[in-house]
Write a protein that binds this ligand. Structure first.
Ligand code: ARG
Length: 246
C-alpha cells in the first residue's frame, strides 16, 4: 500500500489530472492584447483566447478561471503553479521554449508597424525606420521588443508596460512608430481612423501556441488533440470569424 501510494505520488498527476480533480482550468493572460484577451466595458476579460479556453474547459468538463498577470511575469506564474496554462497569443520562441513547452501553433502572425501619418510618404518598410532619428514604442517583454532590437537596432526604443500606452505615444507625437503583433495593429487602425498608418507587411514569423509546464506529456497530448479537433470541425473558424473578421 505504501509503495503504491509513493508510486502514485511519484507519477503524480499531470496538470490535466489536477484540472479535472479541481474542477477548474486556470489560464493566465495579460488582458489588453486585442482581440485575444481584453477587458470589456464591464471589466470582464473577453476575447478569442478566452473563448478558446472556454471551449477547452467544456471539453475537460470543468469551469474556467482567467487569471490576469503582467506579461513579463506570466512564465514565472506558470512555473510556480499559479496557473495551469498560458493562453494569450504567446509566440513560440526558442528562448521561451527552454523554459516551457508549447502546443502545436494555433495561429501564425508577425510584427507590423503603426506610423505617424505624416511619415507615410517617407517610410515604406521597417528598414526605413532603422535610423537614430526615429523613436519606436512597444510593450516590454513582448516579441515586438526583440523584433525592434533585431531589425531596428539604430532606432531609439521606448518600452511600456502596456500596448495601449505604447501606441498612444505615437498618437501623441512622442514616438514615430509602434511595432506590435499584426492583429492588434489591424484592429487599432480600424478603431482610430486617420490617426495612424498601418504598414501591414509582417516582418517576422511568429507561430502562437499554448504554453504549459515542461515534461507533461498527458496535458500536451490533450491540448494538441483538442486543437486539431476544433480546427477540423469548424469551431476554431467560427471563433476566428467572431473576433478577427467582424
Ligand atoms: N505575441 C507576442 C509575444 O508573445 C505578444 C503577446 C502579448 N500578449 C499579451 N497578453 N499582452 O510576446
Amino acid at each position: 500500500l505504501l509503495f503504491s501510494t509513493l508510486l502514485s505520488q511519484a507519477y503524480a498527476a499531470s496538470t490535466l489530472d489536477d484540472i479535472v480533480q479541481r474542477g477548474e482550468l486556470r489560464i493566465g493572460v495579460d488582458a489588453g492584447y486585442v482581440p485575444f484577451a481584453m477587458q470589456n466595458k464591464n471589466g470582464d476579460i473577453v476575447g478569442f483566447d478566452i473563448d478558446l479556453a472556454r471551449t477547452m474547459a467544456k471539453a475537460m468538463g470543468v469551469r474556467l478561471t482567467v487569471v490576469n498577470t503582467a506579461w513579463d511575469g506570466i512564465i514565472p506564474a506558470l512555473l510556480t503553479n499559479k496557473i495551469d496554462l498560458i493562453m494569450d497569443g504567446m509566440t513560440i520562441t526558442s528562448e521561451r521554449n527552454l523554459q516551457v513547452n508549447f502546443t502545436q501553433p494555433y495561429m501564425v502572425i508577425g510584427q507590423s508597424l503603426l506610423l505617424r501619418p505624416d511619415l507615410a510618404d517617407k517610410i515604406h518598410s521597417y528598414k526605413d525606420l532603422n535610423d537614430g532619428k526615429y523613436k519606436i514604442a512597444t510593450k516590454l517583454g513582448a516579441t515586438s521588443e526583440y523584433a525592434a532590437k533585431r531589425y531596428l537596432p539604430n532606432a531609439e526604443l521606448r518600452l511600456f508596460d502596456t500596448e495601449a500606452e505604447a501606441v498612444l505615444e505615437v498618437i501623441n507625437g512622442n514616438a514615430d512608430a509602434f511595432v506590435y503583433d499584426l492583429p492588434y495593429n489591424a484592429i487599432y487602425v480600424q478603431q482610430n481612423k486617420g490617426k495612424l498608418v498601418h504598414l501591414d507587411q509582417p516582418f517576422t514569423y511568429e507561430p502562437l501556441g499554448i504554453a504549459l509546464r515542461r515534461g507533461d506529456v498527458d496535458t500536451l497530448n490533450f491540448l494538441d488533440n483538442f486543437l486539431s479537433q476544433i480546427k477540423g470541425d469548424g469551431s476554431f473558424d467560427r471563433l476566428y470569424q467572431k473576433w478577427f473578421e467582424s
